[in-house]
Design a binder for this molecule. Structure first.
Ligand SMILES: C[S@@+](CC[C@H](N)C(=O)[O-])C[C@H]1O[C@@H](n2cnc3c(N)ncnc32)[C@H](O)[C@@H]1O
Length: 226
């Protein structure tokens, strides 16, 4: 009986501790999230626009005469910012999910999985204006499982697929922005990037939450691949 009580007490303590921790995290998240509030007021689709704007301000990768592929872009806040720069050249955006369309003539959308390379490349070839893009941007994130070791590897795998995609669809001399959960398997991705690009720089915008392991990989000047 005494043992049963001890177990019950332990369960109550564990349960209460977990609940409190969650509540504190959620509360601080809401209070500190000035970027979500700012994005909502400005009519942007997501707070991630501020990550993109900071990267663009710092690295100046996208120019008005560039064509851009924004992969894994839903709900489309990166695209809102990209479209403010690129008014006429083509922008293609891709995601697993359907999302609210934009009514700009230079913006085309595709629903596709990065791991389905054949379908994706066939669909891109059907709608693309030029053979290759000047810039590829990606803010891809896997569905998180709650196990960080699993999630960070899934993030690395997604980005390696994008690197393969860039072999055919990014111009030599083109640039690419990737987002990764940077942890123990990051080197697998870094190797793939360095093989293809002249320079790789890591950048964590202010708009990324402090608690997050996400960082952006700025891939500069695609090499001529032989
Ligand atoms: C953080 S959101 C992108 C936010 C976007 N950059 C914006 O500013 O609105 C990440 C996206 O990656 C997409 N995604 C995750 N895994 C994918 C996969 N295998 N193929 C295609 N898209 C994927 C998700 O559907 C999600 O919309």
């Amino acid at each position: 009986m005494a043992k049963k009580n001890r177990i019950q007490n332990k369960k109550t303590v564990m349960k209460t501790g977990f609940h409190r921790k969650k509540k504190v995290q959620r509360w601080s998240y809401v209070v500190n999230d000035e970027f979500s509030e700012k994005a909502r007021k400005a009519g942007y689709r997501a707070r991630s626009i501020y990550k993109f704007l900071e990267i663009q301000e710092r690295f100046d990768l996208i120019q008005p005469d560039h064509s851009v592929m924004d992969v894994w872009c839903a709900p489309g806040s990166f695209l809102q910012a990209i479209r403010n720069i690129v008014r006429e050249k083509q922008i293609i955006w891709v995601d697993l999910k359907e999302c609210k369309p934009f009514s700009y003539p230079n913006v085309k959308t595709l629903v596709c999985d990065i791991f389905d390379y054949d379908t994706l490349s066939k669909n891109v070839i059907e709608i693309v204006w030029d053979d290759q893009f000047d810039v590829i941007t990606s803010d891809i994130a896997p569905n998180t499982t709650g196990r960080f070791d699993v999630d960070q590897y899934a993030s690395v795998e997604l980005n390696i697929e994008i690197c393969k995609f860039s072999d055919s669809f990014l111009k030599p001399g083109g640039d690419m922005i990737l987002k990764v959960f940077k942890w123990e398997d990051f080197n697998d991705l870094a190797q793939q990037v360095k093989k293809r690009f002249t320079k790789m720089t890591m950048y964590k915008p202010m708009a990324c939450r402090d608690s997050s392991h996400e960082e952006y990989v700025i891939c500069i000047w695609k090499k001529e691949l032989r």
